[in-house]
Design a binder for this molecule. Structure first.
Ligand code: NAD
Ligand code: 6OD
Length: 484
């Protein structure tokens, strides 16, 4: 039985107030999590402040880079422990976590450690009124203590995607992992100590959102900036908290992403790509596709082919041979997803496949399983086409023209991502510009170059992270003007 404690100032802090961490595969108990209260959050923020003013704040960039590489190496050295921790918390297939989640956990430290060594600063020489000159040059300093609030769908990946650049820029962090997935953030505390990261640089406080660690952290007056990944509504609550003290936020929020398949697309690749984007990680990827638009000449054939893909997933324990789909993260989340499955039926959808709970053998029957599901035939006003579900499901509708599909795809308050399938270069480039999203993949999905800007348009986020864009949030840019 695991015991997940808070990690504050390099030490493990229990609180005696615990909640359960359960494995969604069979609802078995993984362990207990110590919920941080106001006192523990205060202690974590104070430790982060001291570290900033102490050894970490005075450290050379070269040494910081070395230590962050040691953290990445530590994740790789303990790869299997991270893998087992992540799949126990989420139920995701081992093949997925071992190729995506854990390698990205290490890469998020390496990439930003390397980037920070090579960032130029701008400089302008100006004429002055007395006929002389002055030189302006930019200096970047860390923003300070960063509050990092994380979701449960890609726990290590999304947490380190924030912590990597934050530490590379010289900040200190207090992380609040999702209450559903406390394990890998906790394990990372051990790696931080092993790597020699000074106490207080990386802190973890466990708990929930409102009236718990999430709210205490985001409301804390000594937190200088808040980076958050999660639901748009939670983002609204955090933004209100951040208004106190006018603290900056960086938000990666919800999505209702479109997948668009033109008749000239490579058919098999398009089917495989849309299947991935709709069903990978049981549809629990913010960048995933829940609205698919297929050009009319290939519509029927595409629906049949995607149905075959959906029915070809093998549901089962993460480590079992050939398993390609896990459960949802929790029974509670399953209730939400199933409520949309019911709504789709009530609104008159044609259920192409799925729509319910699969028969699972033995102990697995207690897990948070749902069938991968495809609908057709709904009007654009239907709830499953308007609202983010975050499950392995999608609606497929036909379209005729490029203009029509652009209007359909953009008709949403969200603007996170899109995936477009075509073999026409002109179509590809026009779609890339016309879709109102932070990232548009052409003939691909979730292909990530960490140097590029990442974030959402409209209600899908505030700000961009990735490459030098991360510096906008994690550093404070100052101008020094020297009269010569
Ligand atoms: P969530 O918003 O429910 O929770 C995220 C985190 O916020 C958790 O740690 C939670 O405890 C905390 N939290 C909740 N209420 C809070 C409050 N009032 N104050 C402070 N903290 C609070 O999201 P989730 O269910 O964990 O994740 C799924 C959602 O995240 C989906 O909407 C998905 O689209 C979104 N997401 C977006 C991205 C992106 O890159 N845009 C990435 C992953 C997930
Ligand atoms: O790849 C990333 O950096 C990233 N932030 C992915 C988000 C996935 C959402 O579920």
């Amino acid at each position: 039985m695991k015991d997940f404690k808070n990690f504050i100032n390099g030490e493990w802090v229990g609180t005696g107030r615990t909640f359960e961490d359960r494995n969604p595969v069979d609802n078995s108990l993984i362990g207990h999590v110590h919920e941080a209260g106001q006192a523990e959050v205060d202690a974590a923020v104070a430790a982060a402040r001291r570290a900033l003013q102490g050894e970490w704040g005075r450290m050379t960039t070269a040494r910081r880079v070395e230590l962050l590489h040691a953290v990445a190496d530590g994740i790789n050295r303990r790869f299997d422990e991270f893998l087992q921790a992540e799949i126990a918390d989420t139920g995701k297939p081992q093949s997925l976590a071992s190729h995506v989640d854990i390698p990205r956990g290490a890469a998020n430290f390496k990439v930003f450690a390397d980037l920070i060594k090579n960032v130029p600063a701008e400089s302008f020489t100006m004429d002055t009124p007395d006929g002389g000159q002055a030189v302006n040059y930019a200096v970047r300093g860390p923003r300070g203590v960063i509050g990092v609030v994380c979701p449960w769908n890609l726990p290590l990946l999304l947490m380190t995607w924030k912590v990597g650049p934050a530490l590379a820029c010289g900040n200190t962090v207090v992380v609040k992992p999702s209450e559903e997935t406390p394990a890998t953030a906790t394990l990372l505390g051990e790696v931080m100590n092993e790597a020699g990261i000074p106490p207080g640089v990386y802190n973890v406080v466990h708990g929930f959102g409102p009236d718990s660690a999430g709210a205490f952290l985001t409301q804390h007056p000594d937190v200088d900036g808040i980076t958050f990944t999660g639901e748009t509504r939670t983002g609204e609550a955090i933004m209100k908290a951040a208004a106190n003290g006018v603290r900056p936020v960086s938000f990666e929020l919800g999505g209702k992403n479109a997948g668009i398949v033109f008749a000239d697309a490579h058919f098999d690749k398009a089917v495989a790509g849309i299947a991935r984007s709709a069903f990978e990680n049981s549809g629990q990827v913010c960048l995933g596709t829940e609205r698919v638009y297929v050009q009319r000449p290939i519509f029927e054939r595409f629906v049949a082919a995607l149905k075959a893909k959906a029915e070809g997933f093998r549901l089962g324990r993460p480590g079992d041979e050939g398993v390609s789909m896990g459960p949802l993260v929790s029974l509670e989340h399953r209730e939400k997803v199933l409520s949309y499955y019911r709504k789709a039926a009530e609104e008159g959808a044609t259920v192409v496949t799925g729509g319910g709970v699969p028969q699972m053998p033995g102990a697995l029957a207690e897990g948070a399983w749902v069938q991968p599901t495809i609908w057709t035939g709904l009007p654009e006003s239907a709830a499953v086409i308007r609202e983010e579900i975050f499950g392995p499901c999608c609606h497929i509708a036909p379209f005729d023209t490029e203009e029509e599909v652009i209007a359909l795809a953009n008709d949403t308050p969200y603007g996170l991502a899109a995936t477009v399938w075509t073999s026409d270069l002109g179509t590809a480039h026009r779609m890339g510009r016309a879709l109102d999203v932070g990232i548009c993949w052409i003939n691909a999905w979730f292909l990530r170059d960490l140097r590029t800007a990442f974030g959402g348009a409209k209600q899908s986020g505030i700000g961009r992270e990735g490459g030098v864009h991360s510096l906008e949030f994690y550093t404070e840019l100052r101008n020094v003007c020297v009269k010569l």
